[in-house]
Write a protein that binds this ligand. Structure first.
Ligand code: DGL
Length: 267
């Protein structure tokens, strides 16, 4: 099989990374894709860097065994903790979600006061802060962990009082910071971006959209864009509950999901 025919590999802690896959399909509709959701071990956002690092290596090893041509680390928590070591150790290009989101935020912001919202582990890692400040050392970055957003979205609560009140509780103070750009630094947050936008009234950067553009650039630069007109293949692997993945995942992906296999990764 030629390199360009090989699939793009994408992993996430669970279903959230489907928001990234959705943007990749929009940006690169002809590409074959293989997605791994580590649904048995989600959430990653409350786990230690050591544990997230171990899971990220195991997920990457599984996707490498599928013969992928590029790896996309769709999980913001994994990208925050593991991107550098995956880039160093894998023989294919690796794209994370942090840098594309950070670069887009710097390009958009006029005040260079930027807020990033994400899981506890992502915010504690300062990954976005470092990426934003390496693009512009004068930028002021405030990180806000919003841990309840993930279970709300997982539950399918994408609007209504509870989500709005939760967003208000986390984000009411953001207006006083002079921030003019907020980065959605978690796979799940694009699903509630209208609620967040209503509460903060500040432009949002969707890391998923920016990451899809970055994947396109990487394939173009490496001359491995698929140019075969045939129908692309879509494979899905999960470490638990394929039925739940199919049911909730279709809301994330915006289309029905078939071809899901349950597998085990790691020891
Ligand atoms: N995928 C995770 C992220 O983007 C959110 C869910 C989790 O905590 O595992 O950070």
């Amino acid at each position: 099989m030629s390199l360009s025919e090989k699939p793009i590999g994408i992993f996430d802690s669970g279903i959230g990374g489907l928001t990234v896959l959705k943007e990749i399909i929009k940006e690169l509709p002809a590409e074959n894709t293989v997605y791994l959701g580590d649904t048995a071990r989600v959430p990653y956002g409350i786990r230690s860097p050591e544990t997230v690092g171990k899971y990220s290596i195991e997920n990457s090893d599984f996707l490498m065994s599928k013969g992928i041509k590029v790896l996309v680390v769709a999980c913001n928590t994994s990208s925050s903790i593991s991107l550098l070591s995956l880039k160093k150790n894998l023989s294919v290009p690796v794209v994370g979600v942090v840098e594309p989101g950070a670069r887009a935020a710097v390009a958009r912001s006029r005040t260079k006061k930027i807020a990033v919202i994400g899981t506890e582990t992502t915010i504690k890692s300062d990954s976005y802060k470092k990426a934003i400040q390496s693009a512009d050392s004068t930028a002021e970055v405030t990180g806000i962990a919003c841990p309840l957003f993930v279970p709300l979205v997982e539950e399918g609560w994408l609007e209504g009082d509870v989500v709005t009140l939760t967003a208000e509780k986390y984000l009411a103070g953001v207006k006083d910071l002079g921030v003019d750009t907020i980065v959605l630094g978690c796979t799940h947050y694009p699903m509630i971006k209208d609620v967040i936008a209503d509460v903060v009234k500040i432009p949002l950067i969707d890391s998923a959209v920016e990451t899809a553009k970055e994947v396109h650039n990487v394939l173009r630069e490496n001359k491995i864009l698929r140019n075969n007109g045939g129908e692309p293949s879509r494979e899905f692997f999960v470490t638990d509950s394929p039925e739940k993945f199919a049911e909730t995942g279709k809301i994330f992906l915006g289309r029905a999901i078939s071809n899901i296999s349950k597998i085990t990764v790691g020891a």
